[in-house]
Design a protein around this ligand. Structure first.
Ligand code: SAH
Length: 225
C-alpha cells in the first residue's frame, strides 16, 4: 500500500533534510523547534503515489510545491516553516488546520507537540491521509472531512488556526473559534498570489493584524467534494 524506505535510504534522506533546514535558516527561519520538526518529518513519503512507489523522491527536499493528487499540492517547505513559525506553537497548543492535503504540515505541527485538528474538503485526500499519517507514526492526529469555512465548532476554541489554501476573505466562523490571545494565519487573495494575513485575537471583539509577504496557494473552495 504505502512505500517503505530502506535504512540506507533513511540516511540519505536525513542528510537531505539537514540541507533543507540550512536553506530555510538562510531564508530567515529562526525558530529552532520549527527547524527541528522539519528535520524529522520524512517529506519524501508524502507525495502522490499512483505507481506503488512515492513519486518525486528526488524533489522531496527541494524547496518546491509538488503534486499530491486530486489536483492539489504540498506546500513549499519555506511556506510551511514560515506559517508554523508565525503561529508560535507551544507544546500542548490546540491547533485547527484547514486543508490537510497530504498531511505534511499536519506532521510538522504534531512534531512540535501540538494537538492537531485538521479539515480536508476532498474525500479522496481525506481517506488517504487518514490511513497514511498513523501508518508513518502520527497516531494522535484528529482528521475531519468537512468544509474549512465552517471550522469545527464542536471542538472550539483553538489556540491557533492555520489555513493552507488561499481564501477570498477571512471566514468569520474561524475568528469566532479562536481563543482570546490566539493567532490565526491565513493567505488571502483570489488570484495567482495571496497575502499572508496574521491576526492575533486581542479581546473577544478585536484583532491585531499584520500582512507579511506574498505566497502562492491552491484556492480554498466552498463545500465538500
Ligand atoms: N497542508 C497541506 C497543503 C495542502 S494544499 C500541506 O502540508 O502541503 C491545500 C488543501 O486545502 C488541499 O488539499 C485542498 O483540497 C484543501 N481545501 C481547499 N478548500 C478547502 C476547504 N474549504 N476546507 C478544507 N480544505 C480545503
Amino acid at each position: 500500500m504505502f512505500y517503505k524506505v530502506s535504512k540506507e535510504d533513511e540516511y540519505l534522506f536525513q542528510g537531505k533534510r539537514k540541507r533543507l533546514v540550512e536553506q530555510l535558516r538562510a531564508k530567515g527561519i529562526t525558530n529552532q523547534a520549527v527547524l527541528n520538526a522539519i528535520e524529522k518529518v520524512p517529506r519524501h513519503l508524502f507525495f502522490d503515489d499512483t505507481t506503488g512507489r512515492p513519486a518525486l523522491l528526488d524533489h522531496a527536499y527541494s524547496d518546491k510545491a509538488l503534486p499530491i493528487g486530486a489536483g492539489q499540492t504540498i506546500s513549499h517547505p519555506f511556506t510551511v516553516a514560515f506559517q508554523t513559525e508565525k503561529l508560535d506553537i507551544k507544546p500542548g497548543d490546540k491547533v485547527l488546520e484547514i486543508g490537510t492535503g497530504c498531511g505534511y504540515q499536519t506532521a510538522v505541527l504534531l512534531e512540535m507537540k501540538a494537538k492537531v485538528f485538521s479539515i480536508e474538503r476532498q474525500k479522496s485526500l481525506y481517506d488517504k491521509t487518514k490511513l497514511f499519517l498513523p501508518y508513518i507514526g502520527y497516531k494522535s492526529v484528529r482528521l475531519f472531512y468537512g468544509d474549512g469555512y465552517v471550522g469545527l465548532p464542536q471542538h472550539a476554541p483553538f489556540d491557533k488556526i492555520i489555513v493552507t489554501a488561499g481564501a477570498p476573505y477571512i471566514p468569520n466562523d474561524l475568528l469566532v473559534q479562536l481563543k482570546t490571545g490566539g493567532i490565526i494565519i491565513i493567505p488571502i487573495g483570489e488570484g495567482d498570489e495571496q497575502e499572508m494575513n496574521i491576526l492575533k485575537k486581542v479581546t473577544d471583539q478585536s484583532f491585531e493584524k499584520q500582512i507579511l509577504g506574498k505566497f502562492k496557494f491552491v484556492p480554498m473552495l466552498q463545500n465538500k467534494v
